[in-house]
Design a protein around this ligand. Structure first.
Ligand SMILES: NC(=O)C1=CN([C@@H]2O[C@H](COP(=O)(O)OP(=O)(O)OC[C@H]3O[C@@H](n4cnc5c(N)ncnc54)[C@H](O)[C@@H]3O)[C@@H](O)[C@H]2O)C=CC1
Ligand SMILES: CC(=O)C(=O)O
Length: 315
């Protein structure tokens, strides 16, 4: 038996980052966990607070650190960046968060970090693309949370409609993690049956499905309007992604993956399922789409590529 000691570095200890750290405390994963943020008092306070949980969870060396502590991390998660204010879109954050990403990647690379890098800060697809470019890391070692949260939201909404555990709903939101995302209903499955057949039998019309898709797309705004930010949902997605990496699971999860011809697209990170293991992205899965969905994927990619080009040009 080999006794492994795995290490995770969290960069960005705000609402999302600290919720992720809390979620990770409840997993028997990452024996070492370092938290980095520009606000040192926050990381020190969080490390002291979170270490108390190990009495009831599992032993973990959790501490406030610096980029030099990231050198031997197996996984780094970036949640540092400005969040949306009510009324702001994720794309509105591009200029300020690209600058923050640039300021993070330099010392992270300088530390000698050789692990898998996962980005969650928004606009996540663009920041993931930038993180890979700034770092020069192989594309498979850098990916984003992509449409992980959006797909979870869709499964929750469909589960409610069909009176099913959302874990029994096999459905994806694809495209940008943002306003141009869409539901790939034609490929969704429930218990091995095409979702569209199940939905028809359950009396759901195409208008009902469009409403569910729209509500999923706008759920972040609903949450931000009520409590100022969203964090538990994405933190749990990040925990699930972390488990797939640290346990070398080869699990298919919706993430923000680098495309190399899938959906007719290249030079982009965008929401799609992919096989996740200790090397990061082991394989991108191209979901078979109908013509309408293909057009939505193309349009979503165009939005991302245009905003990426503008944002990168302004750095
Ligand atoms: N991908 C997804 O599904 C989701 C992404 N997000 C995004 O996650 C990001 C973080 O959101 P919150 O945690 O709510 O924000 P927050 O404002 O609570 O926390 C941001 C943290 O980043 C830190 N930070 C800022 N600049 C930094 C730098 N240069 N180096 C290190 N740390 C730095 C801040 O000090 C702060 O602790 C936002 O961009 C938000 O839009 C939020 C929810 C879901
Ligand atoms: C804020 C954000 O990106 C979300 O909750 O989807």
């Amino acid at each position: 038996m080999t006794l492994e000691r795995q290490k995770v570095a969290l960069i960005g200890d705000g609402a999302v980052g600290s919720s992720y750290a809390y979620a990770m405390m409840h997993q028997g994963l990452a024996e070492e966990f370092v938290i980095v943020d520009v606000i040192k008092k926050r990381t020190e306070g969080d490390a002291l607070d979170l270490e108390d949980a190990q009495v009831f969870t599992s032993p973990k060396h959790i501490y406030s650190g610096d980029y030099s502590d990231c050198a031997d991390a197996d996984l780094a998660i970036i949640t540092a960046g400005a969040p949306q204010k009510p009324g702001e879109t994720r794309l509105d954050l591009v200029n300020k968060n690209l600058k923050i990403m640039q300021s993070i990647i330099k010392p992270l690379v300088g530390s000698g970090f050789k692990g898998v890098l996962v980005v969650a800060a928004n606009p996540v697809d663009i920041l993931t693309y930038a993180a890979q470019k700034f770092s020069g890391f192989p594309k498979n070692r850098v990916f984003g949370s992509g449409t992980s949260l959006d797909s979870a939201r869709l499964r929750v909404a469909l589960g409610k409609k069909l009176d099913l555990n959302p874990q029994s709903v096999d459905a994806y939101i694809l495209g940008e993690h943002g306003d141009s995302e869409f539901a790939a209903y034609s490929a969704a499955r429930i218990g091995g049956q095409p979702f569209l057949d199940v939905a028809k039998k359950a009396g759901l019309s195409s208008d009902d499905l469009a409403t569910i898709e729209d509500q999923t797309r706008h759920k972040a705004y609903e949450i931000i309007n009520r409590k100022g930010a969203t964090f538990y949902g994405v933190a749990t997605c990040l925990m699930r992604i972390s488990r797939a990496v640290l346990r070398d699971e080869n699990t298919i999860l919706p993430v923000g993956a680098p495309l190399d011809g899938e959906y007719g697209l290249t030079d982009i990170y965008i929401g799609t399922p992919a096989v996740i293991n200790a090397n990061g992205i082991a394989k991108v899965i191209e979901v078979p789409l109908n013509d309408d969905e293909k057009a939505k994927m193309t349009a979503s990619a165009e939005t991302l590529q245009k905003t990426t080009a503008n944002g990168m040009a302004q750095l």
